[in-house]
Design a protein around this ligand. Structure first.
Ligand code: HEM
Ligand code: SF4
Ligand code: SF4
Length: 523
């Protein structure tokens, strides 16, 4: 499974790198696949409402009303109809890419299995909403969809009367069927919306809204497509005739030719096995559970920062259970914790300067405690000498640190770069353990734990607490956010950083000499 994930992940990373370069991380569509899915859903909903106002639910009226909307009102109704179609197609594309990406980046196991499992029924709901839409137009394609869907559904022993009977000949269908269909076409998306909401319940700060520029850009593309290639109907349905040439929408109707080829039973079998396999995937194989973050009440002052920063809502603030003069204390739900350590990076008590008491923060990771991190930094720093000593703080999920270490460079890997409490950088530089610190983590939208890169940047830029103190010389901190496929570039960034550190050392030596020279006459 790991090999398969890696094979799929690599092209994603390259494409995402190019899109980062072209549009910047905020407008990179690959980082907002789910969010774009939501956006297209809303476009479908709004354009659908408009189309619904003009839609007639009758056997002949359905087709005529859609035709009239498309042609006599092409500048608005026609565009709305096209938007409705193309945004639905785009929703499927986003959903498929989203599934593949979550799988490739291993974002679907452990506590994330909740989002994965709630995602699976969404695939069915999206397809069901699309199929009923095609059916409603009641053109030749709608007729084909109706006949094949009913044959397909009739294979299941759940309907007393075969539905296909309704489509035997022109006289067998009545208007009530369209009323039922329009009900389904509205009810299914509403259920989808509810499941979409449930889907995000375990994801904090879910990116369900793409950045405005990205949203408007893709909307503009859909609008252009709607004008250039408006969605049109086939000829009217006629149950006494079999439609021969159809322009199939492969996004929604891909299964229909398979029903023709292989028969309803086989396609049901594939669909059931596929859905079941998708449901089981988070346990194939299960994620090795790592020890969850633990709270030390003696050191927790109830500041809420860890709860605010946890990307998986694993921390809640609860009333105090000890006698300390604080109202709240943090509580970790071990079933939701992915052991990323981002909470440790957020905790104001993860303070390496502490000497009067042992270094035990309010929240800590048993696998790599704040105390162990400080000790490791000391041990590694002993190997460095000269003027360009660099301590690399890397990420286990990012570039392998063995590719970055070298001449006067040592590295320590954290579960996520977001685990690093900013005071550690201050500590390393002020204690002269290294000349520079390079934080090397994953690119903005590729963080294994979603928010590690974002929170780190916010802390370094002093937008988020605990922030990096002003006294820390920024030229001695390198922030390198690169994908594992870009390790050569990261290495080059670090080498340039080292050269700059040497230059800084030379400058301060020269300044020192000048100062001494200037001081000489006085002495
Ligand atoms: C209409 C279709 C869908 C929409 C609109 C949608 C939307 C979203 C959004 C907005 C997020 C949050 C992303 C973030 O903030 O990092 C998300 C997360 C997720 N989605 Fe979907 N999703 C859809 C379908 C699916 C499907 C079909 C699956 C899988 C079968 C799936 C699996 C996941 C997983 C595993 C996560 C959690 C990712 C993480 O924790 O990093 N989604 N989805
Ligand atoms: S960040 Fe630290 S001090 Fe603040 S609530 Fe969490 S554990 Fe307690
Ligand atoms: S380790 Fe990560 S998932 Fe667990 S509580 Fe801390 S921030 Fe949340």
């Amino acid at each position: 499974m790991k090999a398969l994930q890696s094979v799929i992940r690599t092209p994603f990373m390259w494409v995402e790198g190019w899109l980062d370069w072209a549009f910047g991380p905020r407008w990179n569509p690959m980082y907002y696949l789910g969010g774009l899915g939501f956006f297209y859903f809303w476009i479908v909903a709004v354009s659908g409402l408009y189309v619904y106002v003009f839609f007639d639910t009758g056997l002949t009226e359905a087709y005529e009303s859609v035709e009239s909307l498309t042609h006599s009102q092409w500048y608005l109704g026609g565009v709305m109809r096209s938007l409705h179609r193309y945004a639905s197609d785009a929703l499927v594309v986003m959903m498929v890419l989203h599934i593949i990406r979550e799988f490739a980046f291993d974002h679907y196991r452990g506590p994330r299995s909740f989002s994965w499992i709630t995602g699976v029924p969404m695939t069915w709901l999206v397809i069901a909403a699309g199929v009923t839409g095609y059916w409603l137009v009641w053109d030749e394609l709608g007729q084909y969809v109706a006949v094949r869907s009913s044959e397909w559904l009739d294979w299941l022993p759940i309907f007393g009367e075969p539905i296909a009977r309704n489509f035997m000949h022109e006289g067998s269908l009545d208007d009530r069927f369209f009323t039922l269909l329009i009900f389904l076409h509205i009810a299914v998306p509403l259920i989808l919306l509810l499941v979409m909401w449930i889907h995000l319940q375990r994801v904090s700060y879910a990116k369900w809204k793409p950045a405005r520029g990205l949203a408007l850009g893709t909307l503009a593309m859909l609008l252009v497509l709607s004008f250039v290639q408006p969605a049109v109907s086939h000829g009217p349905a006629n149950l006494d005739r079999v439609p021969l040439l159809l322009d199939l929408d492969w996004y929604y109707l891909f299964a229909y030719p398979l029903v023709d080829e292989w028969g309803a039973g086989t396609v049901w079998m594939i669909a059931f096995v596929g859905t079941f396999a998708l449901m089981l995937m988070p346990w194939l194989p299960p994620r090795r559970r790592r020890p969850a973050a633990v709270i030390d009440l003696d050191n927790c002052n109830g500041c809420t920062r860890c709860a605010n920063d946890c990307p998986f809502s694993a921390i809640t603030m609860v009333p105090r259970t000890d006698h300390q003069p604080f109202e709240q204390q943090a509580k970790v739900d071990p079933d939701l914790c992915v052991s990323c350590g981002i909470c440790v990076g957020a905790c104001p008590t993860a303070m390496p300067f502490r000497v009067s008491s042992d270094l035990v923060p309010g929240i800590d990771l048993p696998e790599l405690t704040a105390r162990q991190l400080r000790d490791k930094i000391h041990t590694l720093a002993e190997k460095l000498e000269g003027h360009s000593r660099v301590l690399i703080i890397g990420c286990k999920h990012g570039i392998q640190s063995r590719k970055l270490v070298g001449d006067n460079r040592v590295a320590i890997d954290l579960p996520c770069a977001g685990m690093l409490p900013p005071p550690y950088i201050d500590y390393v530089l002020s204690k002269d353990l290294a000349d520079g610190v390079a934080v090397v983590g994953c690119r903005a939208g590729e963080c294994q734990y979603r928010l590690g890169q974002e929170w780190s940047e916010d802390r370094f830029e002093r937008r988020r607490d605990p922030n990096l103190r002003k006294r820390v010389p920024r030229e001695r901190l390198a922030r390198i956010w690169r994908a594992p496929v870009e390790w050569r570039r990261a290495l080059a960034d670090i080498e340039v950083f080292q050269q700059n550190l040497t230059r800084l050392a030379d400058q301060s030596e020269t300044a020192g000499v000048k100062l001494t020279k200037r001081k000489e006459p006085q002495s």
